[in-house]
Design a protein around this ligand. Structure first.
Ligand code: 9YT
Length: 131
């Protein structure tokens, strides 16, 4: 059994910050723990907009605090996000994630992240222009 608390993860090498400053992600479970998924407590900072395209992973994201929206670039649809909203990227959808206030998200990745993906920018890229 694994027991882990957020205050142990914050500030450790399990805490990853986006190079563009848009978010911080605390990795509670990673691939080497062999659960078949990784589990992250991610905060998307207020006023940011992030372009994301996870080509190699499925991701489910459950918002537990804050407000914002997701724009699905495959359909053009915009969906509001608030406490209690789930979005699941079951089709590797390209999207913009926009935070009106700090959004706290519980994120699950399949396959599990190893912990190094953000550093080599695999799957997620900074926003270059508005959508
Ligand atoms: C919601 C989302 O995908 N944010 C980007 C960070 C991601 N959760 C990660 O790499 O931990």
């Amino acid at each position: 059994m694994i027991i882990r608390r957020l205050d142990e993860v914050a500030g450790s090498d399990r805490e990853i910050r986006a190079e563009n400053g848009n978010w911080v992600s605390r990795r509670l479970l990673l691939r080497h723990e062999e659960m078949g998924f990784s589990l992250h407590d991610t905060t998307i900072f207020a006023g940011t907009e992030t372009y994301i395209h996870y080509t190699n992973h499925l991701e489910a994201v459950y918002c537990v605090a804050g407000e914002g929206e997701i724009k699905d670039l495959e359909t053009g649809e915009v969906h509001s996000i608030a406490n209690g909203t789930l979005y699941a990227l079951d089709g590797h959808e390209r999207h913009y994630l926009r935070a009106k206030s700090d959004m706290r998200m519980v994120c699950v990745f399949n396959p599990a992240l190893t912990g190094n993906e953000v550093h080599d920018q695999e799957g997620a890229y900074p926003l270059l222009e508005n959508g």
